[in-house]
Every structure is written in C-alpha cells, then in structure tokens.
Design a protein around this ligand. Structure first.
Ligand SMILES: [Zn+2]
Length: 319
C-alpha cells in the first residue's frame, strides 16, 4: 500500500498488461493436459527424484528428461504464507493461504492456494488434497485450490505415458500489473507544464545542468534539483534512428524517425518523433520544434524549424 500523495502531486492508475503466448513442449503439454483430465503428472530426474510440477531439463545435469509418472492428488504442506487480502484473479476470492504442497509420490513441492478458514487452521506438515475446478481447460487453474484432508498417503508415483486425446499444446498467460503511480514533485510540475504546452526542467544547484524531464535530483551530484527552468520549445536533433517495424496500436506509417532532441536550454536530450521531413533527410544537428495536436498531452512530433543546422560543438556533450 502507498501513502496518500501530498496536495498538488499527480497520482493515477497505471496498468501494465500483456498476454504471454507460449508453446508447451512434450512435458508441460502432458502436465497441463493431465490437469484437464484430473491426472497429476511429474517427471523423473536423472537421479530418480520426481519433480511436480515437471520441468523439461534435469536441474542438475541439464539433460532432457521425459520419463513421466503419475502422483496422488493428496500431499503435505511444506511451507505457507497467509494472504489476508486476495487481489482480483487470485485463485480464491476469500482470504487463503499460499502453500507449497509436496504431493504424495513427488520429491518437490507445487505452489498453490489452500482454502482454510484462517491462519490458525494452517500448519506445515498438514495433509491436503486437490479440489478440482468444475470446468477444466488444461491450465494450472484446473486445480481450483487445495483443501485440508485426513487421507492416508497416496503412495509412490507410477509410470504414465503422458498420452491423452486432444493434448494442450500452447497457452496464453495474461500478465497484469496494477500500480498507483505518482510521478513526484518534479515530474508533476513537468506534466502540469505540458498541459500549458510548456516544457519545464529543473537545474542542479551544484553542476547547473538542466534536466528534462526532471527526476527531482541530479544523478551526478546527488542533490535535489529545485530551480524550475522553462526550456525549448525548439531544440536540436542529437542522434536518431529510423524505425522500420510497425508497432501494434500505433497509427504511424513506417519508416519514420525517432530522435533524441536537446531542447534549447536543456542539458539532457528527450525522445520524440520527427515529422514534416523525408525520413532519409533527418540528420544530427537538425533544428526542430514541437507540433501539438488538439487535446494532445505532449507534442505529437517535432518538425524542422528551417533554421541552419546547429554546430556539432553546440550539442556534442548532449549525445
Ligand atoms: Zn549536478
């Protein structure tokens, strides 16, 4: 949890979200297809240990391992931690324990959730069993969670050929990170400046460098930057690259130029797209100015001002 921001500081939700698509290979394919069929599979390592969840390479020798075995749906908690406030998309909506469970027949432990009324009901060494999800698709969530049980040891692992009809060969794992982001004092001033189409940097009181965007401190001198300085709006291209790969969700025709631009008065270059000039005519030293679009929160791109190019000596320290 984060403390409330002081008055005047910006604060906003920031969500980083992406799907991760992967193929499974023979071992993970058998493991996840097995879950769909309520069969728990592990793999034997070169020294005869049974790993659940299974891996494709021996953790000691790095040799391929393919010898699958079936283990029981009962096991023993080897360690745990109480989760008093479940977050969205966690296995259970009510408080639960994260547990490592060594399934009977396995030598390693599997991470999952344990449905228990409270932390006093959880202990290392307790016996648990799998609660299967009602609908299973070939994913780790096919195990809904574990639940306490009194059952006897499920016995040793038994050989399994890993063959199933309609095996799962790939998965899409959705990754999502929810942040509440506060840019801090310096960047709040910078962002508020952009809303007035002004670029606000901060000067180091020791070395007098002007940082844009400002981070609130000078990384060289280790002191807070306090003096606000308006820079630009025009600047100089210090270096650039030609982008030939079209990014998803970005409506810009390739090729286009992305450049480091040292705004006049700044001692640090920022990034921006260069437009209004053929991509193969962009050069170091080109003088540019920002182009704003209606409602834009920052310059859409920079275009040539028509001034003569800057001398290399004028920007060589900013590359
Ligand atoms: Zn400094």
């Amino acid at each position: 949890m984060t403390a409330p921001s002081p008055p005047g500081l910006l604060r906003a939700p920031l969500v980083v979200e992406f799907p991760f698509t992967r193929s499974l290979g023979p071992v993970q394919s058998a493991f996840l297809t097995g879950l769909r069929e309520r069969v728990l599979l592990g793999v034997k390592t070169c020294d005869g240990r049974v790993m659940v969840p299974p891996v494709e390479y021996d953790p000691v020798t790095a040799e391929d391992i393919r010898e699958l075995v079936e283990v029981a749906a009962t096991g023993t908690v080897t360690t745990w931690a109480w989760n008093g406030r479940p977050r969205p998309n966690q296995p259970l909506g009510t408080p639960f324990a994260w547990v490592l469970v060594r399934l009977d027949g396995a030598d390693t432990a599997l991470l999952h959730a344990l449905d228990a009324p409270g932390p006093e009901a959880v202990r290392t060494g307790m016996r648990v069993r799998v609660r299967w999800a009602a609908e299973r698709t070939g994913a780790i969530t096919d195990i809904a969670c574990f639940e306490p049980c009194d059952g006897a040891d499920g016995g040793p692992a038994t050989p399994h050929d890993g063959a199933f009809a309609d095996p799962v060969t790939g998965i899409v794992a959705e990754a999502r990170l929810d942040y509440t982001y506060s840019p801090g004092r310096a960047q709040t001033a910078y962002i508020n400046g952009l809303s007035r189409r002004k670029t606000i940097g901060e000067r180091c009181p020791s070395c007098h460098k002007v940082y844009v965007p400002p981070r609130g401190a000078c990384p060289t001198c280790g002191v807070a930057t306090t003096d606000q300085v308006e820079v630009g709006p025009a600047g100089t291209v210090t270096t650039y690259c030609i982008v030939n790969i079209k990014a998803r969700n970005l409506d810009i025709e390739v090729p286009y130029v992305y450049a480091h631009i040292a705004l006049d008065g700044a001692d640090l270059a920022l990034h921006g797209r260069i437009g209004g000039i053929p991509y193969d005519q962009v050069r170091m030293g080109l003088r540019v100015e920002p182009v704003w679009t209606e409602g834009g929160r920052y310059p859409d791109h920079y275009r040539p001002t028509g001034e003569p190019d800057a001398d290399y000596d004028a920007y060589k320290e900013l590359i």
